[in-house]
Design a protein. Structure first.
Length: 156
């Protein structure tokens, strides 16, 4: 009997958007800081963050993440913020301009990929991504199944 191999994950990764790799073709990735308030950092460090439905928007040369759910910190009482509030991302103007140009192209969007710790600070990886068509998703599923079957036969 074979033992399943565990996927290697970075211990500093707090949340991932697995749906993003199925729904989109990832073009370019960027790392950004997040402007957090009050007890949000403690809550995120506990892993109480969800970015499945999150997306990024650009307004007046600033980039924001919307739909990112940060659960209220249990010991935070009155200092807790709204879990779904719009949060500002911290990036260089040059990078924001590149993302804005990408967003304006047909079929492109800006999505978060993961939330992680970098040198003790909460960071988010965002990507310039193009939406996949239905036939592209089916191809990806078929390729993944074929690769899985090949690896089973090779491991025997």
């Amino acid at each position: 009997m074979k033992i399943a191999k565990k996927k290697k994950t970075n211990p500093n990764t707090l949340a991932t958007n697995r749906k993003a790799f199925h729904e989109y073709v990832i073009e370019t990735t960027y790392e950004a800081g997040i402007e957090l308030k009050g007890t949000e950092v403690k809550s995120i460090r506990n892993g109480s963050v969800n970015i499945k439905e999150a997306f990024c928007s650009i307004e007046d040369g600033e980039i924001f993440i919307e739909g990112m759910h940060v659960s209220p910190y249990e010991q935070g009482n009155r200092f807790n913020e709204d879990p779904l509030r719009k949060r500002k991302l911290l990036m260089h103007k040059k990078e924001i301009r590149k993302l804005e140009q990408a967003r304006d192209r047909e079929g492109y969007t800006i999505i978060p990929l993961n939330v992680h710790l970098s040198r003790g600070r909460v960071k988010i990886s965002i990507a310039e991504a193009k939406g996949k068509k239905l036939h592209d998703k089916r191809e990806a599923i078929k390729k993944r199944d074929i690769d899985r079957n090949i690896s089973r036969y090779v491991d025997r």
